[in-house]
Ligand binder design. Structure first.
Ligand SMILES: [Zn+2]
Length: 227
């Protein structure tokens, strides 16, 4: 099914692997070394995985949950109707706010694709016109407008998905998830000059045009008045 699903398994298989001691934990944080998972941790992981599975099937029967064993891959990710979570997220504790944000993406997928398509049509028209007129400025402007609009569309839907998680009652979970991401980013910042460049002092990604900054997202959620 493509590279996204390499080393990716359904919860049933993950639970079997955990019970049969077929999988160890490794991550960049353990410098790639694999460590045994103790019994208590295993039970917690199985419980959380089952809980996630239940929440998803109550919400939408079409969404499938997968766990990725690749230690390099982190976080939560939606691919078509599949939600992928990393084994390290499972190890350190699953977050329902992050889960419902991804379900939000599934929910808004058609709308987002519609706006991206509209933007693409606008771009091609504008670009074609620029080429026809042999206007470098028009060609340049069309590209600039296309990428800015793409960033705006993406950020708008990221916010809608955050609000989707809030609506489902997981506002604090989502804030905790963003705080955790910031802490992880700050740790990465000290590891190499490249990460130092890419990550701000607050732990925000400097070059992420598709998502609002973590600090902005947290502030927005904290100031939100729920009725
Ligand atoms: Zn998102």
């Amino acid at each position: 099914m493509g590279s996204v699903f390499t080393h990716t398994h359904r919860p049933k298989k993950v639970i079997e692997d955990l019970k049969e001691n077929r999988i160890k934990f490794s991550s960049p944080e353990t410098d790639g070394n694999s460590t045994e998972i103790d019994q208590k941790k295993k039970e917690k992981m199985i419980k959380e995985l089952n809980e996630f599975q239940d929440l998803i099937s109550k919400e939408n029967k079409n969404i499938k949950l997968w766990v990725n064993y690749n230690p390099e891959i982190g976080d939560y990710f939606l691919y078509n109707n599949n939600i992928l979570i990393s084994f390290s997220e499972l190890y350190f504790g699953l977050n329902k706010g992050a889960l419902f944000h991804e379900i939000g993406h599934y929910h808004y997928l058609k709308q987002e694709l519609f706006f991206i398509g509209l933007n693409l049509i606008g771009y091609i028209t504008f670009l074609g016109w620029g080429i026809y007129r042999k206007s470098v400025k028009t060609v340049g402007a069309s590209g600039l407008i296309f990428f800015s609009s793409l960033s705006l569309i993406s950020r708008y839907f990221e916010k809608q998905c955050d609000l989707y998680a809030v609506k489902k009652g997981y506002k604090q979970d989502l804030i905790d998830h963003f705080e955790k991401s910031k802490t992880e980013n700050k740790k990465m910042k000290t590891k190499s000059w490249l990460f130092n460049l890419l990550i701000s002092k607050n732990g925000d990604d400097r070059l992420n045009y598709s998502h609002p900054a973590l600090t902005t997202r947290i502030k927005y959620l904290e100031e939100l008045n729920e009725d």
